[in-house]
Write a protein that binds this ligand. Structure first.
Ligand code: SF4
Length: 316
């Protein structure tokens, strides 16, 4: 009989070492952004079958996984027939996964703004297992650059999309990708990127200097931006992103929230778990609690992680 603690019984043999898993649901991309090799190297978008995804998800959950992140280059373009032969989009798939009782959390990445359908937006409002985190790259805050990138959305349509997601899930954490120094990007066009970062208030972002990829249209475009200019723009962008990340993390201080304990921390007795908003939380807890969903009080926040105090273990 395993010993019990405030974190529950000690683990049975074979308890999943990591309670989180990735599940690829589609490959490839049809978007042909002018800087990207994926459509050439990975080919057209192909969705895995409904049955294959559900079977793999159930197997992961049977192995102890509590959180699944659905993966694809354009994950929200997924579509396929369900077990009754009815066409479904990502929202239908998410709802079917949410019906697996022991699966606690669902995430997905990476999304394209143009594939963010009404059903998926609605799911963010009414599917409790779909976590309030959305990685939705915009790449630039300037419409001329977005057109040159062949992103097929503009700043206005992107911001309206964000508004619609926030209308159904006001606390959603937003994440993005940015490229600075795309060929021909002027100082003023870069300033527009800083403006969209402020307008959205991202919880976290990835940012990169443009790097030509052989065989892509952008690699042959005029106006390649000097490295020193890109360095300076990236530093300014990252300072803005960090400012918003710190602000977002600060809003969680004093809040009681669930975290899924995923792994050991750097110090003895310390574990790291993730909030619904994908923030890392350091908390004191025994190793055998890895895999537990617990409630913590957030007591402090830094730019990259939070500190929490254990409140109680949640029912599995
Ligand atoms: S950046 Fe993303 S959406 Fe654009 S072509 Fe590459 S994989 Fe597709």
């Amino acid at each position: 009989m395993p010993a019990a603690s405030k974190f529950g019984a000690l683990p049975a043999r074979g308890k999943q070492a990591r309670p989180t898993a990735f599940l690829t649901i589609m490959e490839g991309c049809d978007k042909f952004c002018t800087y990207c090799v994926v459509p050439y190297t990975r080919g057209a978008e192909i969705s895995r079958s409904w049955t294959a995804i559900l079977d793999e998800a159930r197997a992961l959950v049977d192995g102890g996984v509590k959180e699944i992140t659905l993966l694809g280059q354009n994950v929200n373009a997924w579509s396929g027939e369900d077990s009754r032969g009815v066409m479904q989009g990502m929202d239908g798939l998410v709802r079917a996964l949410a019906d697996i009782p022991e699966l606690q959390r669902i995430r997905y990445t990476t999304s394209h703004p143009n594939d963010m359908g009404d059903g998926l937006i609605a799911a963010h409002g009414d599917c409790a297992k779909l976590m309030p985190f959305l990685h939705l790259p915009v790449q630039s805050g300037n419409d001329r650059i977005l057109k040159a990138m062949n992103r097929s959305h503009d700043v206005g349509s992107y911001l309206r999309l964000i508004d619609r997601v926030r209308a159904v899930r006001p606390d959603i954490a937003l994440s993005g990708d940015f490229i600075v120094g795309f060929p021909g990007e002027t100082d003023a066009e870069f300033e527009d990127t800083l403006r969209i970062v402020d307008a959205v208030g991202y919880a976290q972002c990835y940012s990169f200097k443009y790097s030509p990829r052989p065989g892509t249209p952008a690699a042959d475009m005029d106006g390649q931006v000097p490295a020193a200019v890109m360095d300076e723009r990236l530093a300014r962008l990252q300072a803005a992103i960090n400012r918003h990340q710190v602000a977002f993390n600060s809003t969680t201080v004093g809040r009681r929230t669930d975290i899924l304990l995923e792994r050991k921390g750097r110090y003895p007795g310390q574990l790291i778990g993730k909030t619904p908003w994908l923030q890392s939380v350091h908390v004191t807890a025994p190793d055998h609690a890895i895999g537990d969903l617990i409630e913590v009080d957030i007591i402090s926040a830094g730019p990259n992680s939070l500190a929490g105090e254990y409140s109680r273990r949640k029912a599995a």
